[in-house]
Design a protein around this ligand. Structure first.
Ligand code: C5P
Length: 221
């Protein structure tokens, strides 16, 4: 076939979204940031004052939302019921509770179904936590992208410095907490699929990672 699906999973802040976007660009594929979908549901729950433990309210919310991903200049524009929430889903408030919302079974079912539909025609680069292991188990190429927690926190710190009032130590703690919640949840936890290729980006540049994945993708055609 002339197009494949590429799954890029890994812990928070490993560079998945930047890498996935650039790989998609180079291959002429569609980039899908599944974390953005969980963030959109989380933003909506915050606005509706739904507690993360209120699984019935969360389930009802997830099934009622209209989430759209459009290609944009910063990678991807996210529309929540028609409203552009691309920036607001990146707030600290959302980041701090998104893993609790993402543990909800119905939320995962609804978003997982959307993700499978988006990938049905192939030619998709999808990044997340459970793409290779759960959402697209037949993806032709699976990458598990990691880096040390120190490196991931320091990258994130540089990215947001000045914009949010948070220390490097706080960020490292929050990233570690989020990973633990994502790894320990019952449904579709963060896990490296048995047939995924592990790439440790700690000492690699984004460009090196992108080039390696693009090369690999050509061997799968
Ligand atoms: O990728 P990002 O850091 O934006 O993802 C935010 C959160 O969304 C993750 O910490 C995780 O809780 C959840 N998520 C998930 N499954 C995915 C993608 C994201 O549970 N496929």
């Amino acid at each position: 076939s002339d197009r494949i699906n590429i799954a890029i999973d890994g812990p928070a802040g490993a560079g998945k979204s930047t890498v996935a976007r650039k790989v998609a660009e180079q291959l002429g594929y569609i980039y899908i940031d599944t974390g953005a979908m969980y963030r959109a549901v989380t933003l909506s729950a915050l606005r509706a004052s739904i507690e993360p433990q209120d699984s019935r309210a969360l389930a009802a919310l997830a099934t009622s939302l209209d989430i759209e991903l459009l290609p944009g200049d910063k990678g991807q524009t996210v529309l929540l019921n028609g409203e552009d929430v691309t920036d607001s889903i990146r707030s600290r408030e959302v980041t701090l509770i998104v893993s609790l919302i993402a543990a909800n079974e119905t939320v995962r079912e609804v978003l997982g179904a959307m993700q499978r539909k988006l990938a049905a025609k192939k030619g998709v680069v999808m990044d997340g936590r459970d793409i290779g292991s759960h959402v697209l188990p037949n993806a032709e190429l699976k990458v598990f992208l990691t880096a040390t927690v120190e490196e991931r926190a320091s990258r994130r710190f540089k990215e947001i410095s000045g914009k949010q009032d948070v220390t490097l130590e706080q960020l490292a703690q929050e990233i570690a907490d989020r990973d633990r919640l994502d790894e320990q949840r019952e449904i579709a936890p963060l896990i490296c699929a048995s047939d995924a290729l592990v790439m440790d980006s700690t000492a690699m540049t984004i460009e090196e990672v992108v080039e390696a994945i693009v090369k690999l993708s050509r061997t799968k055609l």
